[in-house]
Design a protein around this ligand. Structure first.
Ligand code: IYR
Length: 308
């Protein structure tokens, strides 16, 4: 009892002191928790602060936190609500019959996809369709949600011609020297070589770049590098989704692999230091007389192992 009697007057006499200590404690806690948010606010209000480190090349715009700091820790988690299509909510799609029908239909759709090397230059798919398929590729999962991809869409005939020149020049060396006899022999069935007319006849080229690292604003308002995770895997998954979106929209493509063309393509397309070209997808409609090799796909039993 004596202890309580002593304690209460002490608190009552020093309440202001305790209030100040408590306020300082709360402020420190808030600042620590929201340091990145405060950094961004500072950058926002202090637009005259230089945004570039001198050796970082030309990245002369600022970045918002969603764009460049995917691993910020104050993102809310919300209930998972999905609506696959107007007549199909998620719970319905789980019904056995629906799932079987939809999975079969999707298999049949994707099984009709072929790599096409002969394009019609007309008709040209509407730009809106191209934007929709690239938006679809952007729904891909990625390491720590870094979204480490850039899809460069080219419809300008002069730029397509320059891409063709670059790729053909490198591919001639690839086929004649770099790839080796076995590789060239293994590709004979596809009747492909270093001449790539489709890079000009296809109405669109999508050049897919992976971002090896990202850029973000630090608390001083300077742009600094930030690591990206599983970039190659993330971009490859996005390419798969892109190819299925192209096919779903009734267009055709092929996966053209620009071995050794990266530097020249980057220079031509003015891409930043952190990007690397990994795939060229010519996109359009097939030529009337387009042909494909008569190949067969592996059976389910050859590609699936079920461990029950
Ligand atoms: N990069 C070359 C060669 C090539 C390689 C593979 I593996 C293919 O499946 C097809 C082609 C090209 O794009 O022609």
């Amino acid at each position: 009892m004596q202890h309580v009697d002593m304690g209460l007057p002490f608190l009552a006499n020093n309440w202001l002191f305790f209030l100040i200590i408590f306020t300082i404690y709360l402020t420190c806690k808030f600042v620590y928790k929201h340091k990145s948010l405060l950094g961004n606010l500072k950058t926002y209000f202090n637009k005259s602060t230089p945004l570039l480190n001198s050796n970082d090349g030309d990245h002369s715009h600022s970045f918002n936190s969603q764009e460049t700091m995917p691993h910020i820790n104050y993102i809310h988690h919300i209930p998972f609500l999905i609506n696959i299509s107007k007549n199909h909510n998620y719970s319905k799609s789980l019904l056995l019959e629906t799932a079987i029908t939809r999975s079969k239909d999707y298999f049949n759709l994707m099984n009709s996809r072929r790599s096409i090397r002969f394009f019609s230059s007309k008709p040209v798919p509407p730009l809106e369709v191209m934007e929709n398929i690239i938006k679809t590729a952007g729904t891909s999962p990625s390491g720590a949600h870094c979204q480490p991809w850039t899809f460069v869409l080219i419809s300008n005939p002069r730029i397509k011609k320059e891409v063709r020149n670059i790729v053909e020049m490198e591919e001639e060396i690839n086929y004649k020297k770099r790839m080796g006899e076995k590789w060239v022999e293994d590709l004979k069935f596809a009747r492909t070589n270093w001449i790539k007319e489709y890079l000009e006849t296809a109405p669109y080229l999508i050049i897919v770049f992976k971002q090896v690292y990202g850029y973000q604003n630090n608390n001083e308002g300077m742009v600094e590098k930030t690591p990206f995770y599983y970039q190659e895997m993330s971009v490859c998954i996005a390419c798969g989704i892109l190819i299925s979106a192209i096919h779903n929209a009734g267009m055709v493509t092929l996966t053209s692999t620009p071995l050794n063309s990266n530097n020249k393509l980057k220079r031509l397309l003015n891409r930043p230091d952190n990007e690397k070209a990994i795939l060229i997808l010519p996109v359009g409609y097939p030529a009337k007389d387009a042909t494909v090799p008569n190949i067969k796909r592996k059976k389910l039993s050859d590609i699936m192992v079920h461990i029950d």
